[in-house]
Design a protein around this ligand. Structure first.
Ligand code: HGY
Ligand code: MN
Ligand code: MN
Ligand code: MN
Length: 427
């Protein structure tokens, strides 16, 4: 095999082109990208990517939930393939690198290996995973959860469409059908061992690599995400006529719930002497939402993560104690629904070692680290050995229009991915 040459100019041109599949929103922070799963922007991005894959001579298969498998047949196609991939969906008002670096970097790694005359023994697959972001159906990693079998197909198809303006009764089943993804979700699941290994390239979405001047991170563990929904029901009424002693204000109660989460997460970090526990109430839906009407119902979505799921559960228990007290004191009801409560994922030592060798060969320093963000790798880990390659992003910013990864950082990550895939596919 000749020297692997990553076409950085083409890679960055394609990332910029991919960023164009979005609702154009002016933003003082830079070009905001919004690409919610199964919207027109998402479908255009998918079609564009499949065109590039076919141009490169790879085959394409799409499953019933839109997971897209771009395959380079190996010399021994009966062997379990090695895979890479990520996502192209983006939360509202986000950046252009989260997920897309792993998809476009994966395609470029495969093209560069092919151009260098590499012949994989094991087939190599690039996988675009559907709906890594929870924006539309309230749960992250929808496509990889279904692959891993950690989400029941019928439960998935019943997930309510949370897109603003969605038709009443709109669910994953109706949305995916309308988007052209038909068939039972039962067939999405892949068996344990379907892949011999999985490596995801992703921006760090944190500040450590940039702060330490390192071009590569090797992820050894991925923190355990959990999601909960709280519905607070009070009594509404006229903002002028309903006097304070008679109120059961759902938004005041919700505010206490939000502060309870913050209080107990901070207490957990003080107790552990780490920052390993994080909690965010990212959405707060107020009904009826009129300035002169006392809120009667509030829906909160809580995202809470920890490298230790037992500690995470301890925080939730403490919040639940406060919730009972808040409900009693304010005469409201507070109903909790668990959306997901996942285990952390641990990388395969074999794949971590392969990435280390690739970094040595490229003379790129690295650090081993925990991923605070969750990724599709968290669920691919249920069916095969995994690891992740991180590249630095400016000031650690992500999920914001000013998210940025430099062309050289993206090239370094893609080069390491290509070398790692070559090692794994030769095994
Ligand atoms: O929220 C996350 O960790 C991922 O970026 N969706
Ligand atoms: Mn994200
Ligand atoms: Mn991501
Ligand atoms: Mn992710």
């Amino acid at each position: 095999m000749q020297e692997i040459s990553i076409d950085g100019e083409r890679l960055n041109r394609e990332l910029t082109e991919l960023a164009g599949f979005t609702q154009v929103e002016p933003s003082p922070l830079g070009t905001a990208v919004t690409r919610v799963v199964f919207t027109a922007d998402d479908l255009r991005a998918r079609a564009w990517l499949m065109g590039l894959a076919e141009e490169a001579g790879f085959s394409v298969r799409v499953d019933a939930v839109g997971n897209t498998f771009i395959r380079w047949e190996g010399s021994e196609p009966e062997l379990a393939a090695v895979a890479t991939g990520s996502h192209v969906d983006a939360i509202p008002h986000a950046g252009m690198y989260d997920g897309t670096v792993g998809v476009m970097g994966g395609l470029e790694a495969m093209r560069a290996l092919k151009a260098a005359g590499f012949v994989p023994r094991r087939s190599i697959e690039l996988v675009l995973l559907t709906s890594e972001e929870p924006t539309r159906f309230g749960i992250g990693c929808l496509g990889s959860r279904l692959i891993a079998g950690t989400l029941a197909p019928e439960k998935a198809d019943g997930l309510v469409d949370l897109l603003p303006g969605a038709e009443a009764g709109s669910t994953l089943a109706t949305v995916r059908e309308a988007a052209g993804f038909r068939g039972s979700l039962e067939g999405v699941r892949l068996a344990v061992g379907h892949y011999d290994g999985w490596v995801e390239l992703h921006i760090e979405q944190g500040p450590l690599l940039e702060r330490e001047g390192l071009p590569i991170g090797i992820v050894t563990d991925i923190a355990a995400p959990a999601g909960y929904r709280f519905v607070i029901e009070g009594v509404g009424g006229h903002a002028g006529a309903l006097l304070m002693p008679d109120r059961k204000d759902a938004l005041c109660a919700a505010s206490e719930v939000i502060l309870s989460v913050e209080k107990h997460v901070l207490a957990a970090n003080r107790a552990s002497g780490t920052s390993n526990t994080v909690g965010t109430v990212g959405t707060c839906e107020v009904h009826p939402g009129a300035v002169n009407s006392v809120p009667s119902r509030v829906t909160l979505q809580l995202d809470i993560r920890d490298t230790d799921p037992v500690r995470r559960e301890g925080v939730m228990q403490a919040v639940r104690t406060d919730v009972a007290e808040i409900a009693a004191a304010r005469g409201v009801t507070i109903a909790e629904t668990m959306v997901n409560a996942d285990a952390p994922a641990t990388s395969s030592e074999k794949i971590v070692a392969a990435i280390e060798v690739a970094c040595g060969g490229a003379r790129l320093p690295f650090k081993k680290m925990v991923s605070r963000a969750y990724h599709d790798s968290s669920f691919m880990a249920r069916i095969c050995p995994i690891a992740m390659i991180f590249i630095p992003c400016r000031a650690g910013v992500s999920h914001r229009p000013d998210e940025y990864a430099s062309p050289s950082a993206i090239m370094d990550g893609t080069r390491i991915l290509a070398s790692t895939l070559a090692t794994l596919a030769s095994d």
